[in-house]
Design a protein around this ligand. Structure first.
Ligand code: UD1
Length: 417
């Protein structure tokens, strides 16, 4: 298994571009299936989840070319409705194919999706919404089969603003008969991106950016080229890195407007920020000030950055408090951070963190994507060498975390197996 080796306590300096967004590109790749033609996506990150989705699209009959961050998807020969279990299990986003495949082929065979073990992650909201739109769904053990002669529009009220369910309904609604209204939709920026992409393909969607979306169905779709925005979570990770170990960095290609919660938290922790269009300059001259965070659906603080901020809190000048409200399993990282010398106690969904600097180099194991990134950030602020196992989780969402942090002056390397 590949291991990241870090020699900690080197402050960060310099500038790097931020890769395209994982959470934006995966639904776009799924949405491409709604159309019979050619979709071109630019600024596509070279991450394992994208390669996995690419494998699924190819197995369904699509012809794909992925070169230098440009992805061409030719969906004209799409004729398979069955997602191989091995591929479906690898990634949560395989569930996103339900809506588009039902729309295009009127049938899907898949399995309960896999992904990081950060909580229960059911798909009941996806399935009940698609049923309401006319799909017949059979669940046998791990197998899910869905059929629809023709999907129709429906009024759907989401009990929780699920990102994936909102995206699935949006995609299913584009070619369904009639109008679909989504009440209580998630408002994450990646949903806005999906709406923009679907609109560019020819869909008619109202309410983009709000929790009430209206989709007028039976759109006739066309070939489209679309640029994937920068990854706000990757940018937030590197912001966390400079907060933990100090320095002066510049991140470009960042969707600054979508990072309000993270930027506010960074300022609270004592980070000086200079914002330009698509660019963040961050300077950290002291150890972080203690802070309080509560995760929640956008625009609340992103659960995806909770683990990284747990690492930042571990070196703060006092007691911080982080409450997780979205995925109950995210605190598994706390135990590994404690092995690096952090003092984190978990009590009823809340982490109480007593900061101390520096942390202590050690060998730790990542159990999920963002938790893995948090361990790397902690390793940067640890005295001596840290070894982070579980690189296969980190590479699901970060193109090359070692390349990026090395470019900022950190001392780390990947030992590949
Ligand atoms: C997406 C993001 C993930 C992010 C999460 C929350 C992608 C590829 N992934 O995941 O990085 O952490 O949003 O911002 O975009 N839930 C149900 N039933 C369902 C669906 C969800 O109970 O049918 C619950 C989940 O267990 C969780 C909460 O809703 O507690 C949020 O999940 P959801 O917003 O659906 O997250 P994902 O789309 O899986």
């Amino acid at each position: 298994m590949s291991v990241i080796h870090i020699q900690g306590l080197k402050s960060l300096h310099g500038g790097i571009p931020i890769q395209g967004s994982k959470n934006a590109v995966l639904p776009l790749m799924a949405a491409a299936l709604l159309h019979s033609g050619t979709i071109v996506l630019r600024n596509v990150p070279e991450i394992q989840d994208v390669f996995c989705m690419l494998g699924i699209l190819k197995s369904l009959g699509c012809h794909c070319i992925f070169k230098e961050h440009d992805l061409i998807i030719d969906t004209r020969n799409l004729d398979q409705a069955s997602i191989c279990h091995e591929q479906g299990k690898k990634m949560r986003s395989s569930v996103m194919l339900l809506g588009p495949l039902l729309g295009r082929l009127h049938k899907v065979e898949t399995c309960f999706p896999g992904g990081c073990s950060i909580g229960k992650r059911p798909i009941d909201l996806h399935l009940s919404a698609l049923e309401k739109m006319g799909a017949r769904i059979e669940v046998k053990g791990e197998h899910v089969t869905a059929y629809s002669h023709k999907l129709h529009g429906a009024d759907i009220r989401l009990a929780f603003p699920s990102v994936g369910a909102t995206e699935n309904i949006l995609m299913a609604a584009v070619t369904a008969e009639g109008v679909t209204r989504i009440y209580g939709a998630a408002r994450e920026p990646e949903i806005g991106t999906l709406c923009q992409f679907l609109s560019a393909m020819g869909a008619r969607i109202e309410g983009t950016g709000s929790s009430f979306l209206t989709v007028y169905g039976e759109a006739s779709l066309k070939d489209t080229t679309f640029v994937v925005p920068g990854d706000r979570i990757v940018a937030g990770t590197y912001l966390g890195a400079v907060m933990a170990v100090g320095g002066d960095i510049c991140l470009s290609g960042v969707p600054v407007d979508h990072m309000e919660g993270t930027l506010q938290m960074a300022r609270e922790a004592g980070c000086e920020l200079c914002l330009k269009q698509n660019q963040i300059q961050a300077r950290m001259k002291q150890r972080p000030l203690p802070f309080k965070l509560i995760t929640g659906p956008y625009p609340e603080f992103s659960t995806d950055l909770q683990s990284v901020m747990l690492a930042v809190a571990s070196v703060a000048q006092g007691e911080s408090c982080i409450q997780e409200n979205v995925f109950e399993g995210r605190f598994a990282t706390a135990q590994e951070l404690n092995k690096l010398g952090a003092h984190i106690i978990i009590e009823e969904g809340t982490a109480l963190v007593t900061g101390g600097f520096p942390l202590r180099g050690s060998t730790v194991q990542a159990w999920d994507l963002r938790g893995g990134a948090a361990l790397v950030v902690a390793g940067l602020a640890a005295d001596g060498e840290s070894r982070i196992h579980g690189y296969s989780y980190i590479s699901r969402g970060y193109e090359d975390i070692c390349r990026d942090l090395k470019a900022l002056g950190a001392s780390l390397s990947l030992e590949e197996d």
